[in-house]
Design a protein. Structure first.
Length: 305
């Protein structure tokens, strides 16, 4: 068999295997597994490359092999592109990293309010902009709590509002990017967490997610100890729900709907790093909202109790 065909078949088989079983990629060297999982849907781009090479060499066998990763992708993500029937819901929640460089808090707030959410979780709030956020949101969301750089605005009364410690071990006490509050809704109490996990970096050492992973473990411990049955997590978790680094959190929460709803970067969204996750509730619909003054897109979820 020509060496070209062997290489193409090997690439097709490898791509299909990674798409179907991403955990086979080890995480011990440069957190490569987490990196692959973060951008896993985009591995489908190898399909047109393989088909192009097969066409160039006029190889029908190679063309058929190129369909292997396409089939694996459809099995993994095909449900994301199918239209979903609208389902009844009780609450609407919005999650948004508003960016600490956002120059138009009022305009951003108007876009969030347009979806008529019951709850709005925000990250990267800066003290200088808080009056603008309050002025824009206060009329429809009279209940709010801001802890550090994260905040929650609600149509329903909030109780037990307090910061939660999700700091990596090497970060000082002034780093506060997590909160917990209990929303007193007409449907009963809901424990709500708003969290902003540390950023990840791609460099010569690979995918640096050490701080993010440590923060995820701390957040997971808090969620595991939560006494209120119904729980909602709004946050910029700095990765997707496929990333094994978020397992301490994701193992405790219900899986989101099969929808891409990419949120970052806003101009050309490649991944959903902003998450709305639940326990003892169901997210029936998840969508990315129009661009605001942030480098993230807002995410909105319909939630059934």
């Amino acid at each position: 068999m020509p060496i070209f065909r062997v290489v193409l078949l090997a690439l097709a088989a490898l791509a299909a295997t990674v798409l179907a079983f991403p955990r086979v990629v080890p995480n011990g060297i440069g957190h490569l597994g987490s990196l692959v999982e973060t951008f896993l849907p985009w591995l489908v781009l190898i399909v047109p490359v393989l088909l192009g090479l097969a066409w160039w060499r006029r190889s029908a066998v190679s063309a058929l092999a190129a369909l292997l990763p396409a089939i694996a992708w459809l099995a993994q993500f095909g449900g994301h592109v199918l239209p979903q029937a609208e389902q009844p819901h009780h609450l609407v929640a919005v999650q948004h990293n508003v960016s600490d460089e956002n120059t138009d808090p009022a305009g951003t707030a108007r876009k969030l309010i347009a979806t008529r959410p019951d709850l709005i979780g925000l990250e990267e709030l800066v003290p200088a902009a808080l009056p603008a956020w309050d002025a824009a949101l206060r009329a429809e969301y009279p209940y709010r709590t801001v802890q550090g750089t994260v905040g929650l605005w609600s149509r329903h009364p909030l109780a037990e509002a307090a910061p939660v410690d999700i700091r990596p071990h090497d970060v000082g006490p002034d780093w506060n990017r997590g909160l917990r509050a209990v929303a007193r809704t007409p449907h009963g109490d809901i424990a709500i967490y708003v969290a902003h996990l540390p950023s990840v970096r791609i460099g010569l050492g690979g995918f640096d997610s050490v701080r993010r992973d440590e923060s995820a473990r701390r957040l997971g411990a808090l969620l595991a100890a939560e006494p209120v049955d119904r729980m909602l997590l709004l946050g910029d978790l700095n990765s997707t729900v496929d990333d094994r680094g978020l397992r301490p959190v994701l193992s405790l929460m219900a899986a989101p709907p099969r929808d891409f709803a990419f949120s970052w970067p806003a101009r050309v969204p490649l991944a959903r790093v902003d998450q709305i996750l639940t326990r003892a509730m169901t997210v029936t619909e998840l969508q990315a909202l129009p661009e605001t003054g942030s480098d993230h897109l807002p995410i909105a979820a319909h939630i059934r109790l």
